[in-house]
Write a new protein. Structure first.
Length: 336
């Protein structure tokens, strides 16, 4: 009997020694995390009516709800970012899907991308003019082709062949964006500086799910008055969109040419991977130091593998929000 008790005691002590150390000061990974943006730019209180502000906040809230419901119920980060972006593409308030800005030629050319942090698979479409939800076409490229990025007519035909909803290009027309183009064209005639707000916008979402998988998705109409055929950073993997379970998921918004040249989304991931930086410091560095000092305006949202988030921007505002179990925020201005 004594021997049995002695043996059991040894086993108990040994199992305690092998148990992984639980460090109460180490933060636990939340069950899920979702961060969204609706574009960065010259977004000021003085330029906003209370009604407009309420409308933006309501759509941001609804988008968070859509993604959070999926994540809460055990859905994947990819499913969450997809549904968030579809909802925001369908809202005329944001420069993506319905409500996209116009090219110089008076057309709408939309870009979108998705990336799966678990597999590093990605899909994107660029310069599509008749696909109601470009983000769904990006998913189709990722899931049903051996390619990453399809553009123009080829992307449109592929989307139709995959059974996605095709709309008449007039679907994307909104009076507000048309006026923006006319204002910009008029200002261009007068050689005036264009306000950032008139030039761009975009929607994005990044998420961490219960299995620790990260995903990023971004969708945009690009920049008002862009040349037709111009492709921005959004569908360029590593520029406007990036996800890697080992580091973070990132979705950008801003002056796309800078985000492409500085490989912004990948830069955040690389600074974490190779430089040992935290998500917060990597995001701050690229947005407030490197981009800003070189004239690149915009921002990003990001989440890392532990559910830490970043919502950095060097403009006056960025439509943004995040949700974690028991936490939620939606914001517009810089001083919030
Ligand atoms: N980054 C987008 C583009 O350059 C526009 C934006 O985010 O506002 O196409």
């Amino acid at each position: 009997m004594k021997d049995i008790i002695f043996g059991l005691s040894i086993l108990f002590i040994a199992s305690c020694m092998n148990a992984p150390e639980s460090n109460p000061s180490e933060p636990e990974r939340p069950a899920y995390t979702l961060v969204i943006h609706g574009g960065a730019g010259t977004i000021t209180r003085s330029g906003m009516t209370p009604d407009m502000e309420a409308e933006y906040l309501a759509v941001l809230d609804a988008a968070l709800d859509a993604g959070e419901n999926i994540l809460k119920n055990g859905g994947t980060s990819l499913e969450a970012v997809r549904d968030v972006i579809v909802l925001m593409e369908d809202s005329p308030l944001f420069n993506a899907g319905k409500g996209a800005v116009f090219t110089h030629a008076g057309t709408n050319e939309l870009d979108a991308a998705v990336m799966d942090g678990k597999t590093l698979m990605a899909g994107a479409v660029a310069a599509v003019g008749n696909v109601k939800n470009p983000i769904l076409a990006a998913f189709e490229v990722m899931e049903h082709t051996e390619h990453v990025l399809l553009s123009g007519k080829g992307a449109e035909e592929f989307a139709a062949a995959r059974g996605l909803e095709i709309v008449d290009p007039s679907y994307f027309f909104t009076e507000r964006r048309w006026k923006s183009l006319q204002t910009v064209l008029e200002k261009e005639k007068q050689q005036a500086e264009l306000s950032e707000q008139e030039k761009h916008g975009t929607v994005g979402a990044v998420a961490l799910d219960k299995n620790g998988n990260l995903a990023a998705a971004t969708s945009t109409g690009g920049m008002t008055n862009k040349k037709y055929g111009r492709i921005g950073d959004t569908p360029v993997v590593g520029a406007g969109t990036y996800a890697d379970n080992a580091t973070c998921a990132v979705s950008c918004t801003g002056h796309g040419e800078y985000f492409i040249r500085y490989a912004v989304a990948h830069d955040v991931s690389a600074a974490m991977r190779h430089g040992g930086k935290s998500l917060a410091s990597a995001a701050k560095d690229i947005i407030h130091t490197r981009l800003l000092s070189n004239g690149g305006s915009g921002g990003l949202i990001a989440v890392d593998a532990m559910g830490n988030i970043s919502m950095e921007f060097n403009t006056e505002g960025m439509y943004r929000g995040y949700a974690k179990p028991g936490e939620r925020e939606v914001k517009i201005y810089q001083d919030q």
